[in-house]
Design a protein around this ligand. Structure first.
Ligand SMILES: Cc1cc2nc3c(=O)[nH]c(=O)nc-3n(C[C@H](O)[C@H](O)[C@H](O)COP(=O)(O)OP(=O)(O)OC[C@H]3O[C@@H](n4cnc5c(N)ncnc54)[C@H](O)[C@@H]3O)c2cc1C
Length: 368
């Protein structure tokens, strides 16, 4: 069985890794579009604090978070040790005592069904600051032990290398879907036809334009996110928790090398406008410094821009496309795609290879 995976962000890379591991002959194609979400994503894995009520979303997101340690352990065994994954916990900041108790109760209520949430505990402002020193001293919070962070760039690159070791072939360029009489026959790349038994469209925010020639209107839009990296030279930030400040939707997290990531903007309707804007920078800095004034003296490193693939609701658009045999769509992961991407990619691989997916895909039908 020959499978063509278009897009090597977190979803396509995971799909190629899973499919090649299942014995498929895989061709993975990427156009290197500026604004690939996986290269900009913060990397927070903490779906339980999102306060999403949709059971289908929760089933997928929680399962994805639960499976991360096993995935990174498998990659580790393959020599892919640098993916930036660590269970560092998270601090969900509260507006006041009442808010903190509500956050704690909501998390405890989820924990019976999702024990991977780990420890849930009230944290004083002083303790929160001890865990994440740039924080304000009065930032009382709830600690969530199971929360983690991952470096999307490193993880996607590791998955691609692992897929290649399992026989996958990587090609660069803009793929066009090739189809005939109601079924896909492969893709064309610079005029060359690459035949395949199935195609997975892991094309992120670009899925609409990729599938338009086939008459499929997959409802996914680009939402720009600008996100800033700040250096705290010489400081060991490797164990610092993720900081989730609540209503604003802005957050902070740390990687091993004294790098703090703060963001992000959520610019619905942005289209593919790949720019860093003064308003974006002001929003990020305003939110970050209000919560963590200790970052003010850090070193500005860079701002990244990514286009989140947003569907009409929160649910990913994941599964076979009706009307075109052999096509599987895997997009719409929105603001939690680094969390759900590995599982979504592996489910797409199963669907494309005709295997029963490990999770019911019916709620995620990509087209009505
Ligand atoms: C600022 C920001 C912060 C985020 N933070 C988090 C977070 O903390 N936690 C979390 O879980 N998620 C987060 N996300 C969301 C997450 O990054 C995305 O949902 C996820 O990366 C989407 O992955 P993807 O593979 O679907 O798309 P992408 O990573 O965008 O990959 C799509 C790929 O398809 C390729 N492509 C498109 N069309 C074609 C074509 N015709 N031919 C060949 N290649 C093509 C592109 O070049 C691209 O590489 C964040 C996103 C942003 C922007």
């Amino acid at each position: 069985m020959r499978l063509i995976v278009v897009g090597s962000g977190i979803v396509g890379a995971s799909c190629a890794y899973a499919a090649s591991g299942l014995g498929a002959e895989v061709v993975l194609v990427d156009a290197g579009k500026p604004g690939r979400a996986t290269a900009a994503g913060a990397g927070i894995i903490c779906p339980w604090s999102a306060r999403v009520a949709d059971p289908a979303w929760c089933t997928l997101a929680y399962a994805a978070a639960r499976e991360y340690p096993a995935l990174t352990a498998r990659l580790d065994d393959l020599g892919e040790t640098e993916v930036g994954y660590r269970q560092v916990g998270a601090l969900a900041l509260a507006a006041d005592e009442r808010d903190r108790e509500q956050i704690r109760q909501a998390l405890l209520a989820l924990r019976a069904a999702a024990p991977e949430i780990g420890d849930v505990a009230e944290v004083s402002g002083a303790d929160a600051q001890r865990l994440f020193p740039p924080l304000r001293a009065d930032a009382a919070a709830v600690y969530i032990g199971g929360a983690a962070r991952v470096d999307g760039r490193k993880l996607a690159a590791a998955l691609v290398r692992a897929a290649v070791r399992q026989g996958a072939v990587v090609r660069d360029g803009e793929a066009r879907l090739a189809f005939h009489e109601g079924r896909v026959v492969g893709i064309t790349l610079d005029g060359e036809l690459i035949e395949g038994d199935a195609v997975v469209a892991a094309t992120g925010a670009w899925t609409r334009s990729f599938l338009r020639p086939a008459g499929l209107a997959v409802p996914v839009e680009a939402q720009r996110g600008q996100i800033m990296h700040i250096g705290l030279g010489g400081v060991d930030t490797s164990q610092w928790p993720v900081v989730l400040p609540g209503a604003s939707g802005h957050y902070m997290l740390a990687f091993d090398d004294g790098r703090i990531v703060a963001g992000a903007t959520r610019e619905t309707g942005s289209g593919f406008d790949y720019r860093i804007t003064p308003a974006g920078l002001a929003e990020i800095l305003g939110q970050a410094l209000a919560v963590a004034p200790g970052l003010a003296d850090g070193t500005y490193l860079e701002t990244r821009v990514g286009f989140r693939p947003m569907g009409p609701g929160l649910r990913p658009l994941l599964g076979p496309a009706p009307g075109l045999t052999g096509l599987v769509v895997a997009t719409g992961l929105g603001a939690t795609g680094l969390t759900m991407g590995p599982l979504a990619g592996s489910l797409a691989a199963q669907a494309a290879l005709g295997l029963p997916p490990a999770l019911d895909l019916e709620p995620f039908a990509p087209l009505p």
